[in-house]
Write a protein that binds this ligand. Structure first.
Ligand code: ADP
Ligand code: ZN
Length: 721
């Protein structure tokens, strides 16, 4: 942050959020005005050189939100302001940019493509995505999976024309058919009535608690419609992972007549696309915004409703400063803008459930699946019982295999879920006990068979898989733990005729792969879809009647008081993918801990039973939502210095802490080393997050840290590793 003076001539126009050009040493650099002071602490400040926009880029209400965030989440105002204004907008030029667009000079046939492919396969790929309608070169390159220069070559060969033109980059440029409005059932009618009343007079946020398939999305769509019909706008947050083409399509098709007025924001957009979508919102064209976490800062005006789907999702929490939770920001923004706030989930977070119980939120329930469809039957397989004469039993139990078989015979589909990618999770030497560890992180390396490599899932480190133990050279090395690649291999062996697709971070590296695979699954060209959390949420495939959870225990044994809650949520979400059509669904849960409460309550679809028991536990230990928490993490390359700093910090915090705030010791983080850095933590517990934040700030401000020790403060942390 630097201070500048505002020249007389600019006084009227410069406001907070104005983008300017300012002198820095000998250069002129772009910047954003984040505060207007009466006077500076510095004796000599230079003038702003140029004002770039007529109107400030940040609306006052968003700036207010940034200030609040800076205080609550203990981060510099500058950092908070950055997050309400995307990079593409901060640095980019305003308005539609002229960009290079490309079109084919004529219609090419399959024979043409093949002829070209014989000498230049990339050129053929590139040409295939074109028609005689111009599209942006950047977009075409992404679509074709080729470098932009390929289009230049095609141009030289006279096959395409490239010209500068103004085209808005539309990441979802298909045609949409208007989706029909359904007749609401009785429960939905009640829910809608509350939504409409709240939109007229927003007082409390609504928590819409509805089992999977109960028609929550229908309520969202109606609420948006109501906002638009009453001349207002709507903001919809969905978890990044659920921001599938399927979800977006569902929203877009309902509002087919106003395609241009819908903006979609998510992390896969190119900078250019993001820039376009943002301006569509900023200039008032967009009246419906759908997006992931950071869309909560979309500069939409006059929102009538702010919807947060799957409000319990961890991905609403940003994992770098400002470490805000978009769900909580939604509640705040709604209050500020006079918008109704609708939080929806089949498995609300304990925080929101607590707020509903205490009357801070209004609770609206959808207890029945639409059309009285029953909830899927959940069967538990106890993996502890050894299965003799069943070599495949360790991965898929006999019962689950028979169930998959049965589905294939009937032409129905199966989803198998395992939240762990790779082939085996560790490599152990049977002779000396050596486990291959990442040199830079305190985790074992995962074996990826296709690439014959060991990889670190924290930092991405990758090395050739050894043939003998790297320590004692014994060849008896064993791979243990099951990842999606191993399951895929087993599936191919067990069901040689099945059409199988795997969806995880390794198989979905191409931008288009995700929608292609889901498209194929939807059209019935895949029998078994195997995947990680990528497939756990938001998917709606009526022909899926079987869901298998390969190992339900993965998240249970991590050192985090939310482990049980997360497992319950995940099991419920995944199970909810089954039986969404006419046919009944069945779910198999494989586990080594069949009697753990998360698994038992999920099995009986007993959310409230689970909540009751979990609340009891949280209350006893004063964990959130009862007590509040902050986590300060220090990291650095020299272990002793990090440790010493953490201990010093803990001591200073203890000395400064008022009664009621409990400060933890400076201890190693559960993930003690990541990306070459040693990590130590100090936890704070107390009745108010804001007080924890202010204590952290004042103590840290007064405590000089070694230059190579970095500090991160996380208020209301969701991730304790
Ligand atoms: P949720 O979001 O709670 O999982 P959805 O809104 O996806 O549930 O609804 C599940 C299915 O039921 C969807 O196919 C949806 O189109 C359909 N549906 C929702 N409401 C109704 C209704 N009132 N009448 C008929 N079908 C409905
Ligand atoms: Zn690593």
């Amino acid at each position: 942050m630097l201070d500048y003076s505002v020249p007389e001539a600019m006084r009227a126009a410069v406001g907070i959020g104005s983008r300017v050009r300012v002198p820095v040493r000998t250069r002129l650099l772009p910047g954003t005005v984040i505060e207007i002071l009466e006077e500076s602490e510095f004796a000599k400040v230079r003038d702003i050189a140029e004002l770039l926009d007529e109107k400030p880029m940040i609306r006052p209400s968003l700036l207010e939100l940034a200030r609040w965030m800076s205080d609550y989440y203990c981060c510099p105002l500058e950092t908070a302001v950055r997050s309400v204004l995307p990079v593409a907008v901060r640095d980019g030029n305003v308005g539609a940019k002229k960009q290079n667009a490309v079109r084919a000079v004529r219609v090419f046939t399959e024979e043409d493509f093949e002829a070209i492919a014989r000498r230049a396969p990339r050129q053929a790929d590139a040409l295939r995505v074109l028609t005689q309608e111009p599209i942006l070169v950047t977009e075409a390159a992404t679509k074709a999976g080729v470098h932009e220069s390929v289009f230049r070559t095609l141009e030289k060969n006279g096959l395409v024309v490239i010209e500068a033109s103004v085209i808005s980059r539309n990441p979802y440029s298909e045609r949409f058919v208007a989706g029909a409005e359904l007749t609401l059932n009785a429960e939905q009618e009640v829910a809608m009535k509350v939504v409409v009343e709240t939109m007229a007079k927003p007082e409390k946020p609504i928590l819409l608690f509805g089992v999977t398939g109960s028609g929550k999305t229908e309520i969202y769509l109606r609420a948006i419609r109501h906002a638009v019909d009453t001349g207002r706008t709507a903001l919809v947050l969905v978890p990044e992972i659920a921001l599938t083409p399927q979800t977006v399509e569902r929203f877009k098709s309902r509002f087919a007549e106003m395609q241009d007025q819908i903006a979609v924001l998510h992390s896969h957009l190119s900078e250019g696309e993001r820039h376009d979508e943002w301006h569509k919102i900023h200039n008032g064209t967009a009246r419906i915004v759908i997006g992931a976490r950071s869309s909560i800062f979309a500069p939409i005006e006059n929102p009538g409703i702010i919807i947060v789907d799957e409000e319990h999702e961890n991905s609403y929490k940003q994992d770098e400063a400002p470490r805000y939770n978009a769900r909580d920001m939604a509640v705040l923004r709604g209050k500020q803008e006079g918008a109704a706030v609708l939080l929806g989930s089949a498995t609300p977070s304990l925080e929101s459930w607590h707020n509903a119980q205490s009357g801070k939120y209004q609770l609206v329930r959808l207890d029945q699946r639409v059309d009285d469809k029953s909830m899927p039957v959940v069967r538990i397989t106890d993996l502890r019982r050894p299965t003799r004469n069943d070599p495949e039993g360790g991965i898929l139990s006999r019962a689950l295999r028979e169930a998959v078989e049965g589905r294939m015979a009937k032409g129905e589909q199966t989803i198998l879920f395992l939240n762990r990618r790779g082939f085996s999770t560790s490599m152990i030497c049977e002779a000396c006990g050596h486990v291959c560890q990442c040199p830079d992180c305190s985790v074992s390396l995962t074996y990826h068979r296709a690439a014959e490599r060991l990889m670190c899932h924290i930092c991405g480190h990758s090395s050739r898989a050894p043939k003998v133990c790297p320590k004692c050279s014994d060849p008896k090395i064993r791979y243990s733990g099951t990842g999606t690649q191993k399951v895929e291999e087993a599936l191919k062996r067990i069901f040689p005729k099945a059409r199988i697709a795997r969806m995880d971070a390794d198989s979905m590296t191409r931008k288009e792969a995700y929608r292609e695979t889901l498209g194929a699954f939807k059209e019935g060209r895949i029998d078994i879809l195997l995947g990680t959390q990528m497939i756990a949420k938001g998917l709606h495939f009526p022909n899926v009647t079987l869901v298998g959870i390969v190992n339900a225990d993965l998240g249970l044994h991590i050192p985090d008081f939310r482990a049980g809650e997360r497992t319950f949520q995940l099991l419920t979400q995944v199970a909810g993918r089954a039986g969404r059509g006419e046919m009944e669904g069945e779910v198999f849960v494989q586990t080594f801990t069949p009697f753990s409460p998360s698994i038992q309550f999920a099995r009986h679809h007993d959310f409230e039973g689970f909540m009751e028991q979990e609340m009891e536990f949280r209350k006893r230990f004063d964990y959130p939502p009862f007590g509040r928490m902050a986590m300060i993490t220090l990291r650095g390359a020299v272990r002793e210095r990090v440790e010493f700093s953490a201990q010093t910090l803990s001591r200073k915090l203890k000395a400064a802490a008022p009664a009621g705030i409990v400060v933890g010791e400076g201890v190693p983080a559960p993930l003690e080393k990541a990306k070459t850095y040693y990590r130590f933590q100090v936890s704070l517990r107390g009745p108010s997050s804001l007080r924890l934040s202010r204590l952290a700030r004042s103590t840290l401000d007064a405590l000089p840290m070694p230059e190579d020790v970095f500090v991160a403060v996380d208020i209301d942390p969701l991730q304790l590793m």
